[in-house]
Design a protein around this ligand. Structure first.
Ligand code: FAD
Ligand code: SIN
Length: 534
């Protein structure tokens, strides 16, 4: 089992991890690991863009207020102000790295700005409807060109290495790196560093239907929790209103920018009110209300009328306009025989973003010395009870850089890792019941969807809690007795995250933002974070 020592260990190669790496590599040597391909995280799939105040008629105050309104007041104002004020400089740096943001379409407009739900202005810079891919490509190119950065694929972090794994127990909770399963050698490596940054993304795959990629299993949240970090607002799971409804393609997002550019949500033909817009009945902002409101409205109409989906229609716009603004979606849907210039798109809400996560401060520090975190794995205070569209990539860049800056500034004070015990591989045997792991995966995702979804009740949450406890017992037994595999590592983390989500949801005795329960439909006067401590 190889043990390697680095200056800094970064777990995750999306927007947050690569931003941190590029900053640190000015004077430190870093290793960046990805559980699969380097572009396998959510960053590569982001469509709409990045929010920043770039228009003369817009203001930081307006971006702050929009973020707080979408977050139902649960946001930390200091964090929101910090992130919003950094945004224009972030966009400049990305453009300098080579991200080809779409140019303005009007005189004097440097970049084209779209609008998304909850934003009072046009303020989303984008690269067509595939912004995340352009960002991922630019960041990877810069990282590959830097000799201080080592990028490693197929290394799946299992658990953080803390002072309890030292040859001499010190008990101060310091984090020294990570044990990671090497998918190629099938052994567990130990990666040590003076500092470790968790950039592992969200936990969308806790739910049956999610726009997030296969690897979004909440590994970072589960690892940090097991190591002793607090987590916050885990009940706040964002459901994107418009995921394509298709029997073959389960997780293709239809960007909110479609509604920003005039797309309408309509009831499908054949039901009372068929072909008509329904959002104006639910909110004066109609299709551009914050996501929680639009997703709940769609869920309501689907249940009320017994529908499989509703329609998102932009076919009233000129075909050239639609093709120009949404080339990726247009081409992808043509493959499925849907021409969005002529007909509506069947859509349903699906899990999209994990608003809760590991508690960090403005320097990206977690509760444990030596451990930092950035991006979707965190709860920085930016999103509150519901994330404003296109604020997530922004958060990755701001906190990836903040963590790197803090580590660089304090480098000489950071202690070096002590001798660490290697991973014990002697106790494990191969399991011959892989199929059970697969079934448990499916079971968690199904009951989280059914019982801990868009509309909750205490009874449903208690049912979910019971199921999680039973499965956790089984998986703990498995984990203790058998050789670790990627599926087992992820299953253990999915269960940990499901347990934290259900516990947090039961704790919140009100409806706020993304947490809506029929038993407590009103919002309490004071916004209080749900903070869980191990
Ligand atoms: P990710 O990009 O998800 O990367 C996670 C990394 O961690 C990966 O490299 C993965 O391999 C690695 N990893 C995870 N677990 C382990 C492990 N155990 N061991 C080793 N490595 C591990 N946000 C916006 O602001 N604007 C948008 O337009 C937008 N569109 C979106 C569209 C879609 C379809 C989706 C799913 C999300 C969208 N979001 C958008 C949200 C945004 O893309 C994500 O929140 C953001 O990209 C997360 O970046 P990250 O760096 O935190 O993690
Ligand atoms: C989208 O393009 O609708 C996604 C934007 C986001 O998740 O912020």
């Amino acid at each position: 089992m190889p043990t390697t020592t680095h200056d800094v260990v970064i777990i995750g190669s999306g927007a947050a991890g690569l931003t941190a790496a590029i900053n640190l590599a000015q004077d430190r040597k870093v290793i960046v690991l990805a559980k699969g391909a380097l572009d396998g995280g959510s960053t590569n799939w982001a469509q709409g863009g990045i929010a920043a105040v770039l228009d003369a008629g817009d203001s930081f105050d307006a971006h702050v207020e929009d973020t707080m309104i979408a977050g139902a007041g649960l946001n930390n104002r200091e964090t929101v102000e910090f992130v919003v004020s950094e945004a224009p400089a972030v966009i400049e740096r990305l453009a300098a790295l080579g991200v080809p943001f779409n140019a303005g379409e009007d005189f004097g407009e440097r970049w084209h700005l779209t609008r998304e739900g909850g934003h009072s202005h046009r303020r989303i810079v984008h690269v067509d409807d595939a912004t995340g891919h352009a960002v991922q490509v630019a960041l990877l190119k810069a990282a590959r060109a830097n000799p201080n950065i080592t990028l490693v694929e197929d290394l799946i972090a299992i658990d953080l290495i803390t002072s309890r794994h030292g040859e001499k127990y010190s008990g101060d909770g310091h984090v020294w790196g990570v044990y990671a399963f090497n998918k190629r050698t099938k052994h567990v490596d130990a990666l040590l560093g003076k500092a470790t940054i968790l950039c592992t993304g969200g936990a969308g795959r806790t739910y049956l239907f999610s726009t997030a990629p296969r690897g979004a299993t909440g590994d970072g949240i589960a690892m940090a929790w097991r190591a002793g970090c607090r987590v916050s607002n885990m009940e706040m799971n964002q459901f994107h209103p418009t995921c394509l409804y298709n029997l073959e393609v389960k997780n293709f997002l239809i960007t909110e920018a479609v509604r920003g550019e005039g797309g309408h949500l309509k009831l499908p033909p054949g039901v009372p009110g068929g072909g008509e817009r329904f959002m104006p009945r639910f909110d004066p902002r109609a299709e551009l209300a914050p996501r929680d409101i639009v997703a709940r409205a769609i869920d309501h109409e689907i249940k009320r009328l017994g529908l499989d989906y509703v329609h998102l229609d932009i076919s009233h716009k000129p075909p050239e306009f639609v093709r120009h603004h949404f080339p990726t979606i247009h081409a992808r849907l043509l493959d499925l025989d849907i021409d969005i210039t002529k007909e509506p798109i069947p859509v349903v809400p699906a899990q999209h973003y994990t608003c809760g996560g590991v508690v960090i401060d403005l320097d990206g520090r977690t509760d444990l010395p030596g451990l930092y975190a950035a991006g979707e794995v965190t709860e920085s205070g930016l999103h509150g009870a519901n994330r404003l569209a296109s604020n997530s990539l922004l958060e990755c860049f701001v906190f990836g850089e903040a963590a790197a800056k803090h580590i660089r500034a304090r480098w000489d004070e950071l202690p070096s890792p002590p001798p660490i015990r290697p991973w014990d591989e002697s106790r494990v045997t191969n399991s011959d019941e892989e199929v059970i792991v697969q079934h448990n995966w499916k079971e968690i995702r199904r009951f989280m969807w059914d019982y801990v979804g868009i509309v909750r009740t205490t009874k449903r949450l208690e049912r979910a809690q019971h199921r999680v406890a039973l499965l956790a017992q089984e998986v703990d037994d498995y984990y203790g007795n058998f050789r670790v595999t990627p599926d087992l590592i992820e299953l253990r983390n999915l269960l940990e995250v499901a347990r934290l989500v259900v516990r947090s949801a039961l704790h919140r005795k009100e409806s706020r933002g993304l947490h809506y329960t029929l038993d407590y439909p009103d919002m309490l006067p004071q916004a209080v974070d749900t903070v869980l401590a191990p």
